[in-house]
Ligand binder design. Structure first.
Ligand SMILES: *Cc1c(COP(=O)(O)O)cnc(C)c1O
Length: 394
């Protein structure tokens, strides 16, 4: 990336740099965190329990388990699904490294199925081709908040007897034929990282219909200690706990839940604000030589987490990386979601992946740019993003 790039008349000065993915934090969260601090209850406690209940109600799931991150949520789901070394998990090449790292941490082997070039979501036909006798699970990602083809993926999982785990890091508000993302599979994994649609700083959630799996997950998230170990310091007397499995330190803190409790009620309002920004970008860029996101499919709701454009040097006269540098020079923060996983040296070395394995994801990964679309953007911010894109591509 060309960090030193300068433009003659920047749209925004350095002092007014528009940070990509900036969260919106309001007074209620600040007061709730202060309340936790004053009560000296920082770790897992009543606020986590409340946030889990509220989140479960929002997505319509009987169980929700708060954890430290979506990465932890994915790791625990794969373990609770009973994956063994040598088992294969089919996933998408156009995702954050956490998706595939969780599979590796669980001791299983990730296998890629290329994306659908229009939706950027995993292509069910490619999933069918990637399945072997060792395949045990499917791990689709609802990219940018657009639901995957859950009829097709659910059908494959049923026919082949596979566990279905949904990476819903972008997809809290996502609906497919009226049903929330995360409720199709055996597990749905959500992220509340700082740039996501709602945040707890770091944080994640697993949802599942299965009461036993929910209990096992909760135990694995806290050292593998027996149920409700966090109650052991309560005022009705000391309780012994037993360690019954080799678990992890993945529990969510009350300090995190304190933020999430007040973010969740604003989620629909913020989605509407992102829809305004999305529509403004669609209108403003309609005549530019760039590829815009595909329209929302009928019968679905897109969570509008990322607005991605494709910059092709042959059409735009500027390379994607030069475009990233120029936007930054104009004072606008941008993102890349994502370079296809086979571009990374780790997976090349460990798994022998090559960029040519997934031509669609590789092509998208080399041309994609994410523009700011946080709900907190003002109309002036949005106008600045549009002006910068037009100034560079004019
Ligand atoms: C952000 C993200 C994750 C990881 O979420 P964390 O909460 O940061 O662990 C996983 N998958 C996708 C697609 C993501 O965007």
């Amino acid at each position: 990336m060309q960090k030193s790039l300068t433009v003659s008349r920047p749209i925004r000065s350095k002092e007014r740099f528009l940070v990509f993915g900036r969260p919106t934090i309001e007074e209620a969260e600040i007061a709730e965190v202060v309340d936790s601090l004053r009560k000296c209850w920082l770790g897992t406690g009543p606020k986590v329990a409340r946030f889990e209940r509220d989140f479960a109600a929002y997505v319509g799931s009987p169980h929700a388990i708060g954890v430290h991150s979506c990465t932890a949520a994915l790791h625990l789901s794969l373990l609770a699904a009973g994956l063994q070394p040598g088992d294969e998990v089919v996933t998408t090449p156009l995702t954050f490294c956490a998706t595939t790292n969780a599979i590796l941490h669980a001791g299983a082997t990730p296998v890629l199925a290329d994306i659908d070039r229009r939706t950027f979501n995993i292509d069910p036909a490619a999933v069918e081709r990637a399945i072997t006798p060792r395949t045990k699970a499917l791990l689709p990602v609802h990219f940018a908040g657009r639901p995957c083809d859950m009829d097709a993926l659910g059908d494959i999982a049923r026919r082949r007897g596979l566990v279905l785990i949904e990476d819903c890091a972008h997809a809290i508000e996502t609906r497919y034929k009226g049903r929330p993302a995360g409720t199709f599979g055996d597990f749905g994994c959500f992220s509340f990282y700082a740039t996501k649609n709602i945040t707890t700083g770091e944080g994640g959630m697993v949802i599942t219909r299965d009461e036993e799996k929910s209990a096992r997950l909760k135990m694995l998230a806290l050292h593998g200690m027996s149920k409700d170990a966090w109650k052991r310091f309560s005022d009705d007397g000391y309780k012994h706990y037993s360690v019954v499995e080799l678990g992890f330190k993945y529990n969510m803190m009350d300090l995190q839940a304190a933020i999430g409790l007040h973010q969740l009620p604003r989620i629909e309002r913020w989605l509407e604000r992102r829809r305004q920004i999305w529509d403004a970008y669609d209108r403003a860029f309609a005549d530019l030589p760039i590829e815009l996101p595909a329209p929302e499919e009928a019968g679905t709701r897109h969570a509008l987490h990322l607005y991605t454009i494709l910059v092709d040097e042959a059409r735009c006269g500027i390379s994607r990386d030069a475009f990233l540098g120029a936007m930054t020079a104009h004072g606008i923060g941008v993102g890349v979601h994502y370079q296809a996983l086979p571009e990374h040296p780790l997976y090349q070395r460990l798994l022998g992946w090559k960029p040519t394995d997934c031509p669609h994801a590789t092509e998208v990964g080399r041309h994609t740019v994410s523009l700011p679309i946080s709900a907190g953007l003002t109309d002036e911010d949005v106008a600045d993003v549009i002006a910068a894109v037009k100034a560079i591509l004019a």
